[in-house]
Design a protein around this ligand. Sequence first.
Ligand code: PHE
Length: 451
Amino acid sequence: QQQSTLKLEGETYPTDEWTNTPDTILSHIGRRLYLDDNHPLAITRKLIESQFASPSYGNYSEKNPVVSTRNNFDVLGFPADHPGRSRTDTYYVNDKTVLRTHTSAHQQAYFQQIARNEHTRPEEVGYTVIADVYRRDAIDRSHYPVFHQMEGAMLWKRPATNPLAASAETAAKIMADVEKIPRHDVVVEDPNPTIHAQRNPLQDKHHSAEEVEAVATHLKRSLERMVIKIFTEASKAAAASSGGAEQEPLKVRWIEAYFPFTSPGWELEVFWQDEWLEILGCGIIKQDLLINSDVPDRIGWAFGLGLERIAMLLFNIPDIRLFWSRDERFLSQFRAGHVARFEPFSKHPACYKDVAFWLPPSAVTGGNSAAGGGVPFHENDVMEIVRGIGGDLVEDVTLIDEFTHPKTSRKSMCYRINYRSLERTLTNEESNELHLKVREKLVGELGVELR
Ligand code: PHE
């Protein structure tokens, strides 16, 4: 099934037993939607970049999604057994090479760039970077195996020797920068202390609480401002399309969060149309990462966010597949620098079909194959088979039934596959044909028994 090499962006990679990246995924590489000025993803990118401007920040993009497992995981402190490393979650080119699962894969390179430019561009101490990222995941209207992330970071210099002794001065310097960020009057819920010994620990070998408070204040103020800018645009667009109806006042809140390469860490949520939405992850960069990235004498913060999520809210785009559409009825609705509500051009009928099967008697679910010694079953493998055959003609796949036979203890699953094109009406024969192929491949690749 697999060729012995893969050619990606002009490089040739040997494949091995880790290789699991199908052609349907590879065909998305190089599209660079974020560079098409009139595309909603590019408009969203520019809106965010406008909040992280020169000279303090450089705005970059990373075109080649092929990165080493070292940069995607090891350098960032992902433990060996982290689920993100699993072949069920990540597209491997080979055992040492993946399609990046997040823009954080480039953190080290950007920190090194700041170090290299220290004398030529001393004022550029932060950056944003946009890139396509790849994850094996569910199929539904808000998940697509290729999506875009924007990451940003900001660093401050500290004395090279004994920085802790001078931490009060460092903190004062950072607080002076905080004062340069314009204030806002949106309600912010932030109930937890910046540092919590168990939930959000201080890196006490390296940082003083005072410095971390200052960096966290700068981080929070910067990211609140960015998010408020975006949601103010979204509210304006929504009000314009609803004849000026009153929008709920904006609210944001900070939640404690864990990432292997930050401590403390947070997520920022926004209250939008009656629900709290998670918008980004961020935190104080682990000092070990900075030490390993040629900037041992700096302290700083980083954040990362998913662009599609935000663009869907801004433009009222109902299905994530639309971002990849080449249909003029979609593309012609957007113009650089403008946020307006998307007008759906038509909704074609859905055609759902169910498939029920018994897992092989030895199958182990829940991702723990080592313990049981059986063949692991992972839902993402079902998703990949459906994606490989149906591509963008599948709107979502849901598990609608699951049970274990009381006598044989065999497990049965039933998935509902919703076939619907964004651009035309699918004929019944067409979806039948796709569904038949899905059924065959489930048997051939996962060894299930159809019911
Ligand atoms: N890379 C993280 C993710 O994909 C987001 C993140 C970036 C968190 C930078 C903290 C700092 O979930």
